[in-house]
Design a protein around this ligand. Structure first.
Ligand SMILES: NC(=O)c1ccc[n+]([C@@H]2O[C@H](COP(=O)([O-])OP(=O)(O)OC[C@H]3O[C@@H](n4cnc5c(N)ncnc54)[C@H](OP(=O)(O)O)[C@@H]3O)[C@@H](O)[C@H]2O)c1
Length: 284
């Protein structure tokens, strides 16, 4: 298959492209190639003649989206609509990456794929606008919601925590938000499998298990062998422009139903990540 991947230079894209390239002809594009919000974006995609689009590109700075909601909606809503238009013109499927932030976090058990959405902030709202464009205009699509990504190809929560723990000997991390960390390498493998299945629909894909950000940080610091205190704090003590869901664990029901197994536990994935990044120099 000829697969066009948007956001190919991002944290997930840089892990996904090599995995897909083992079996497909991959055309990875990013902001340097063209802006998905610009006039002509649809043509930029159709002229490349893909047989599938995997749409990863997004404005992912959650607080940045809160500060500039118009830009967030332009990139994540309209930019996605442009990519969707291209798929419609070509009559090809899209895989769209969405987020746990489409939920409001009021549940206390894992979110199902068909649970009602109710984003709390502009990032979630703009990603949901992307989902709506996909649903409205395409018959064949995968919408894959994932959460708490970490991987070797981008600055992420784990790399920031390890750097801070090393520098300061202490990190303060919120312990009243619960979710499921997801290793980009594991997600990339699952996405590759999904695209070859023709089992279209809405999926939740995250590593198994759940934790708070404090639990996540504590495990990372432990695995990296850093002697630092990881201090639990409340979200109210860590002011950010964005209201975040208190609980956003994604139940991977459709994935397990169709593919028969969950992704491995987040702790195992984190151990691999820490081994890999510590081996390549520790500081990220
Ligand atoms: N990170 C997470 O924890 C997380 C959680 C759930 C879902 N997701 C979703 O997963 C996907 C991948 O996330 P990620 O963390 O890999 O993101 P990322 O590292 O921020 O990569 C996103 C890429 O999109 C590009 N991009 C931004 N605006 C664009 C535009 N207007 N036109 C074309 N390209 C544009 C960016 O280019 P520049 O770098 O040059 O701006 C960047 O290379 C996103 O859709 C995100 O919403 C992420």
């Amino acid at each position: 298959m000829r697969i066009l991947v948007t956001g190919a230079g991002g944290m997930l894209g840089r892990d996904l492209v090599p995995v897909l390239s083992e079996r497909h002809q991959v055309d990875g594009v990013d902001l340097d190639d063209f802006d998905l919000t610009a006039p002509g974006a649809v043509h930029q995609i159709t002229s490349r003649r893909p047989e599938m689009v995997m749409h990863l590109a997004a404005m992912t700075n959650v607080d940045g989206c809160e500060r500039d909601p118009e830009r967030a909606m332009l990139v994540n809503g309209q930019g996605t609509r442009n990519a969707v238009e291209a798929c419609r013109e070509l009559g090809i499927p899209m895989l769209y990456i969405s987020t746990d932030f489409v939920f409001d976090g009021t549940k206390s058990e894992p979110y199902r794929e068909d649970d009602p959405v109710n984003p709390l902030g502009h990032y979630g709202r703009s990603k949901l606008a992307g989902e709506e464009a996909v649903r409205q205009l395409l018959r064949e699509y995968y919408i894959v919601r994932t959460s708490w990504l970490f991987g070797p190809s981008g600055r992420n929560f784990v790399s920031s925590i390890l750097n801070k723990a090393r520098e300061n000997g202490e990190v303060r991390v919120v312990d009243d938000q619960t979710g499921s960390p997801t290793y980009t390498a594991d997600l990339a493998g699952a996405l590759a499998e999904l695209t070859e299945s023709d089992k279209f629909g809405v999926y939740h894909l995250s590593n198994s298990g759940s934790c708070t950000w404090h639990g996540f940080a504590s495990e990372a610091v432990r695995l990296a062998g850093i002697d630092a205190r990881v201090v639990p704090i409340k979200s109210t003590e860590f002011q950010t422009p964005t209201r975040r869901p208190g609980y956003s664990v994604l139940g991977n029901y459709n994935w397990i139903g169709n593919f028969g197994r969950p992704l491995r536990d987040w702790r195992e994935a984190l151990a691999d990540y820490v081994r890999l990044t510590e081996f390549t120099g520790g500081k990220q």
